[in-house]
Design a protein around this ligand. Structure first.
Ligand SMILES: [Zn+2]
Length: 63
């Protein structure tokens, strides 16, 4: 988890909000999370849902 300052409002990020987002990857829609500054609601980072990534890796390694 990223820690430090928000690049926009420069306040310390002791907490980061995670909002669910849809990631459109070609024809696929993946579930992800947007990491949002709790002070100014700037999106700092977006990442795949970690549980979903683990599941996809597990499935692809079986093939
Ligand atoms: Zn901020």
């Amino acid at each position: 988890m990223a820690t430090g300052k928000c690049p926009k409002c420069e306040r310390a990020l002791s907490n980061i909000k995670v909002q669910p987002v849809n990631l459109v990857y070609g024809p696929k829609h993946l579930r992800g999370g947007a990491f949002v500054c709790p002070h100014c609601n700037t999106v700092i980072n977006v990442s795949l849902d970690p549980a979903l990534v683990a599941d996809a890796l597990r499935r692809s390694s079986r093939r």
